[in-house]
Design a binder for this molecule. Structure first.
Ligand code: NAI
Length: 341
């Protein structure tokens, strides 16, 4: 089996080489992202393996299908970068639904604690032998209300961590689960001291945090986003920070991250003014889509992605196949025929 792997980083390679070799997969590895300009690199492959910022839109899907590529194996959970509706009937799409929810939940917790206890500032100060504490006053998590949007695998892992800190947890989810105190989105905005986003990016959730919702929040609210950048309207976030309404933002994702994240721009001029302005804010902590990056998660991602490919090419189906009808119980054929089309 020949697979073209796009947007490869050094930390991806050991796992994919190891599991790929065991499965007899020949990987063609490229640092470049998949898009309309690079899709020709996939010619002659049976499948492509892509990550969060590769573009799998209609023109790319058509070209892949023309080349006889039969599967897109996402090595991530989120799939908002794939036009699933266009892919239907042309190319099978698989993802890794859960590799380590703890990797992301723990990163969210790490960002939250770093931000509210000013660890990032203290680290820089003590490196410079500045042992002053002025301006480093934080606040305690115990007794605070955290509002979780999306109580799936990661949201629930984060809830466990929050409960361990003695926080009061309220949540909003389109599909509520047992044992969680659910409220409406408006009530969550009004009551939460900390809001953490763990829902997928869909047409419904795009710009969930916007001017109107920021207006409903408590003064000093801390917003944590380790999910997808498009959940937050960046300009509204920036204005909320400038108006002193938002107390802090912990962002592992950013709306326009695909042109910037995973690359070294030190020494370059940053064209994205909103990102540049956000980074200058003392109460904004930004990591570049790093929440998944643990040894455990990388190993599990490689193992499951290779497993999806092997299963698909051996049996013509994969447990982790996706289509735009998946989740709509009546319509998706996977339940009956074990494949989406
Ligand atoms: P999941 O599928 O287990 O949970 C998602 C939850 O969101 C579900 O409970 C679902 O009912 C809920 N949801 C769906 N639509 C909603 C809506 N309109 N409003 C409120 N809730 C809604 O997914 P999981 O594994 O917990 O991942 C969550 C998100 O985290 C992913 O969609 C992905 O975007 C992001 N992610 C980020 C990573 C990073 O490195 N920063 C790594 C992995 C995932």
């Amino acid at each position: 089996m020949k697979v073209t792997l796009f947007d490869a980083k050094p930390y991806d390679l050991p796992g994919f080489r190891r599991y790929g070799e065991q499965a007899g997969i020949e990987f063609k590895i490229y640092e470049t992202k998949l898009n309309e300009d690079t899709v020709s690199l996939a010619a002659g492959s049976d499948a492509v393996c892509v990550f969060v910022n590769d573009t799998v839109n209609a023109p790319v899907i058509d070209r892949l299908a023309e080349y006889g590529v039969r599967a897109v194996a996402l090595r991530c959970a989120g799939y908002n970068n794939v036009d699933l509706e266009h892919a239907f009937g042309k190319i099978h799409v698989m993802h890794v639904p859960a590799y380590s929810p703890y990797a992301v939940a723990e990163h969210a917790a790490a960002m939250l604690l770093t931000s509210i206890r000013r660890i990032h500032k203290a680290y820089i100060r003590t490196k410079d032998f500045n042992f002053s504490l002025n301006g480093l006053t934080g606040f305690e998590l115990r007794g605070k209300t955290v509002g979780i949007v999306g109580t799936g695998r990661i949201g629930r892992a984060f809830i466990e961590i929050c409960r361990g800190f003695g926080m009061k947890v309220i949540a909003y989810d389109k599909f509520p689960a047992e044992g969680i105190d659910y409220v409406s989105l408006d009530e969550l905005f009004a009551r939460a001291d900390i809001i953490s986003l763990h829902c997928p990016l869909t047409e419904e959730t795009r710009h969930l945090i916007n001017r109107e919702s920021v207006g409903k929040m408590k003064k000093g609210v801390v917003i944590v986003n380790t999910s997808r950048g498009g959940l937050i309207e960046s300009e509204a976030l920036l204005d909320g920070i400038k108006e002193r309404k938002i107390g802090a933002a912990c962002l592992d994702v950013y709306e326009e991250e695909s042109d910037v994240f995973f690359r070294d721009f030190s020494g370059h001029i940053m064209d994205d003014d909103t990102l540049a302005r956000l980074i200058t804010m003392p109460n904004v902590l930004l990591t570049s889509h790093q929440a998944f990056l643990t040894e455990e998660a990388l190993d599990s991602i490689a193992e499951q992605t290779v497993g999806n490919l092997v299963e698909f090419f051996a049996e013509g189906r994969s447990e982790n196949e996706l289509c735009y009808r998946c989740g709509r119980q009546e319509e998706c054929r996977k339940k009956r025929s074990r494949k989406c089309f």
